[in-house]
Write a protein that binds this ligand. Structure first.
Ligand code: SF4
Ligand code: SF4
Length: 117
């Protein structure tokens, strides 16, 4: 798990561990690409284990019980070719915008940092 081995593939940066820590011992620190990962202050930490119990990635790997899954893609080939994830985001965001809703997304900048727009 990320909190023990710093393996970034095991952390989504959700900040649940930071929020639950009773000692305020966890801070989210930016890596060189702008993504936030938890860092434990060992002096403050009392080893209560709450951060490991709340982590959704640890729960996921220990239970391994997928309840339901869907495979979807945009109907238009152009949207699929110019998008990630089969263009599903475009289809959903178009639907929301047509109803005067608001859509936020993450954008990769030229220096590989991430902006939310
Ligand atoms: S083990 Fe407990 S005190 Fe230590 S970082 Fe995790 S939640 Fe905080
Ligand atoms: S709770 Fe788990 S996934 Fe979320 S930031 Fe902490 S280590 Fe990463």
């Amino acid at each position: 798990m990320y909190l023990e081995n710093n393996n970034k593939y095991e952390c989504s940066g959700c900040t649940a561990c930071k929020a639950v820590c009773p000692q305020n011992a966890i801070s989210m620190v930016k890596d060189n690409e702008g993504f936030l990962y938890p860092k434990i202050n060992e002096i403050r930490c009392i080893n209560c284990g709450l951060c490991r119990r709340i982590c959704p990635n640890i729960k996921k790997s220990s239970k391994n019980n997928i309840l339901e899954a869907y495979g979807v893609k945009h109907k238009k080939e152009f949207e699929r070719k110019t998008s990630r994830s089969g263009g599903v985001f475009v289809a959903i965001s178009d639907y929301i915008l047509k109803q005067n809703g608001i859509v936020y997304g993450a954008e990769l900048n030229k220096d590989f940092s991430v902006s939310h727009r």
